[in-house]
Design a protein around this ligand. Structure first.
Ligand code: FES
Length: 159
């Protein structure tokens, strides 16, 4: 089974997390995974295997939950997350060109992270700000009424 990490990690965070739970059962799995992710930035294989051993929750069950929910990441994440809308309002206002501009500028596909670990790139159904179409979010910030040139400028302003 591959949880996706080859690095040796500090397991003291896991100790701290598990010590906040008593009589751990499968019902605690999601809150534990959330805490692991917020501490390590993602769900490292080594930490999940160790957690399986310490809690007695089967690794296959942990893996099943971790892959089922979109909120969990099994690979290290980039520093910033770009969410690009592929909804109808954005689509008719040039969304596909924005997606192409991001792909070509960063040399990645949706669902991927740039090699320098600076950006994650995701497509979402609607960002709820259709009046800004076409729109993207980077982390918690919205950028609307975009053009391919504007989006490249915005990406270059991040470090
Ligand atoms: S369709 Fe793009 S924000 Fe709603």
């Amino acid at each position: 089974m591959d949880f996706g990490s080859k690095h040796t990690l500090d397991l003291t965070h896991l100790d701290d997390i598990l010590s906040t739970f008593t009589n751990i059962t499968q019902n605690d799995l999601i809150p534990i995974l959330q805490k692991i992710q917020s501490s390590y930035g993602y769900l490292p294989k080594q930490v999940l295997m160790e957690m399986s051993e310490r809690t007695g929750i089967a690794a296959s069950h942990i893996y099943g939950v971790a892959t089922f929910y979109e909120q969990f990441y099994l690979q290290p994440r980039g520093k910033h997350t770009i969410r690009c809308c592929r909804g109808t309002a954005c689509h008719v206002k040039g969304g596909p060109e924005i997606i192409e501009a991001i792909k070509s500028h960063l040399n990645i596909e949706p669902g991927q992270t740039t090699e320098d670990m600076k950006f994650n790139f995701e497509l979402v159904a609607c960002l709820g700000t259709c009046f800004l179409a076409p729109v993207i979010m980077i982390d918690d910030d919205y950028f609307g009424h975009l053009t391919p040139d504007k989006v490249k400028e915005i990406l270059e302003s991040y470090d």
